[in-house]
Write a protein that binds this ligand. Structure first.
Ligand code: NAI
Ligand code: A1CAB
Length: 266
């Protein structure tokens, strides 16, 4: 197996680190190349044992998968690098938000099989949620599905579902981090030091996540379990429910989905 990553940034490194740490793919079978962060690429070579190369012919030769992991805006440059050397058997896997399968095939200049995947940075701890859409001619889907299961839970959504999943779970961690940032700031306002506010918030989130991973009850049930009659939680929730939280979240996701759609207008 030879998997080549064009792009070695946040998302690519989350995926290959996740795959290596899980043991699904050997580091020696992974090749990475980048543009801006060559130092970081060398650090991955040293820490994980992956191959680093800037020789496009060598990179593309006999590749089973080429993962397109640059920003969407850099895809034209990446396509130029791979086009002369791309072999028909190589499957293209795009993590880029908003670039359609047809556009990828067009820019690659060959009708290679393409899968669009939309993971998130939780791939690094093997807890991504991965949306997947395949081109019609993509054979042996199970192999890719299995590879991706090594760093998260898969949902085959089809291309029409990609904009939504990009907003919901691709960008999703950033929305949650933003909420945690506000939570920590509010703890500071209560009088905790910056350090304690960060520590308390972090452990609150980790503990809540662990509970969710171990208990099957609904969010509502878990919330109800904490809410004593006339108690502190009830008072807090009464105030929280005065704000239009769901509307805020829906609008946030809507903007992210719309940007994903816009990125596809190339
Ligand atoms: N960061 C995230 O949470 C997620 C990102 N994505 C998608 O992943 C892609 C990458 O995002 P990040 O990793 O966050 O960006 P990043 O900026 O961390 O990494 C981009 C990488 O692309 C490389 N690159 C740029 N031009 C290149 C070229 N011509 N040849 C080879 N490499 C080139 C850069 O050197 C860098 O290593 C984007 O298309 C984004 O839509 C998808 C899901 C989640
Ligand atoms: O912000 C972005 O465009 C990418 C796609 C999903 C997460 N990060």
């Amino acid at each position: 197996m030879k998997i080549v990553f064009f792009g070695a940034g946040n998302m690519a490194s989350a995926i290959f680190t996740g795959m290596i740490e899980k043991g699904t793919v050997k580091a020696e079978d992974i090749y990475i190349t980048s543009k801006s962060n060559r130092v970081a690429a060398m650090e991955f070579k040293e820490s994980l044992g992956v191959n680093v190369s800037y020789d496009d012919a060598e990179l593309c030769k006999d590749a089973d998968y080429i993962v397109l992991a640059s920003k969407p805006q850099n895809f034209t440059d990446v396509a130029e690098r791979i086009r002369p050397y791309l072999e028909k058997k190589t499957k293209l896997i795009s993590v880029m938000a908003g670039i359609h399968i047809a556009t990828i095939q067009e820019e690659a200049g060959m009708e290679n099989a393409v899968a669009r995947i939309m993971p998130n940075t939780n791939a690094m701890v093997q807890y991504s949620v991965n949306g997947i859409a395949f081109s019609d001619d993509f054979d042996n889907k199970d192999e890719l599905i299995e590879l991706m299961a090594s760093f998260g839970k898969n949902v085959v959504v089809g291309e029409e579902g990609m904009d939504n999943i990009t907003a919901a779970t691709g960008s999703g961690p950033a929305f949650l981090y933003y909420i945690y940032e506000q939570y920590a700031k509010s703890l500071e306002e209560l009088g905790f030091s910056k350090e304690d506010a960060e520590k308390l918030t972090r452990n609150l989130v980790i503990g809540t996540g662990k509970t969710l991973s171990e208990r099957p009850e609904s969010f509502e049930q878990l919330r109800t379990d904490i809410t004593s009659k006339a108690g502190t939680t009830e008072a807090g929730l009464d105030t929280l429910s005065e704000f239009k939280l769901q509307e805020m979240i829906s609008k946030t996701l809507g903007s992210a989905r719309d940007r994903s759609k816009k990125l596809s207008e190339r």
